[in-house]
Design a protein around this ligand. Structure first.
Ligand SMILES: [Zn+2]
Length: 242
């Protein structure tokens, strides 16, 4: 079913006309307002923005110490950079010194971070966890870097119809990678010529795995929401509370 509606964009906070050729399968990538001043509003970014704006009042949000891992240069990442003075971004450059700044990005291996304990109020990442070999190690590291009451809010593709999350690529001790099945790649926000290998396919049990593997409390929100201008599959936003 075609959809077309006006809504207050949770990123740019102006009323936009959102449209898509169907209200579910295409909505994840194609439900858009073409004139968003933040470089398109991608559905998962609006879903994340809607959650953040519900969790934090505006004056609290702009004062937060925020770490975003592997940001794309659009949407909520641009809004946060512009409006939150204590927002920082990290990237992953394995051949360079961790902890250093590479351009505007702090070089961090999410599975073994150089950040101090308890230094952030909020850690966010959009579709990053499916590219890590040790996602739960990364989430434990995020937990360590969060202040008491801190939150990690993220999106990750969650396969509809899949219960058990499956690791599909493994890092061997000799540095090579073992892939089971047909390798899948996504775009890499750090480098448009590079591709990011999918290492995990996450199913319905991801919240259970997170609660077993970390000390986080887990909540998941899925959207079929004109108010949040977010609809379709793989729009889950995970809210982890310390
Ligand atoms: Zn917008």
């Amino acid at each position: 079913m075609t959809i077309s509606f006006k809504a207050l964009c949770p990123i740019c906070q102006s009323v936009k006309l959102f449209a898509c050729k169907d209200d579910f399968f295409s909505s994840r990538d194609e439900l858009q307002a073409k004139d968003c001043p933040y470089g398109f509003c991608v559905t998962r970014e609006r879903a994340l923005a809607a959650v953040i704006r519900k969790e934090y009042k505006p004056d609290i949000l702009i004062a937060l110490k925020i770490h975003e891992a592997a940001p794309a240069n659009r949407g909520m990442s641009i809004w946060l950079k512009k409006n939150c003075p204590r927002y920082i971004q990290s990237g992953y450059f394995p051949n360079k010194q961790f902890g250093d700044l590479i351009g505007n990005l702090r070089n961090e291996n999410l599975e073994s971070q150089t950040f101090l304990d308890g230094q952030f109020d909020l850690v966010i990442h959009l579709d990053v966890l499916e590219h890590l070999f040790q996602p739960f190690e990364a989430l434990r590291e995020i937990y360590r870097t969060l202040a008491p009451d801190g939150k990690c809010i993220f999106s990750v593709p969650t396969e509809h119809g899949l219960f058990d999350s499956i690791q599909v690529a493994f890092a061997r001790a000799d540095g090579t990678v073992e892939i089971s099945g047909t390798p899948e790649y996504h775009g890499n926000p750090q480098d448009e010529n590079a591709r990011a290998l999918v290492t995990w396919k996450y199913g319905y049990n991801l919240p259970l795995l997170i609660s077993r593997e970390t000390k986080f409390d887990v909540e998941v929100r899925r959207f079929q929401s004109r108010r949040a201008s977010a609809a379709g599959f793989m729009t889950e936003i995970y809210i982890l509370s310390k």
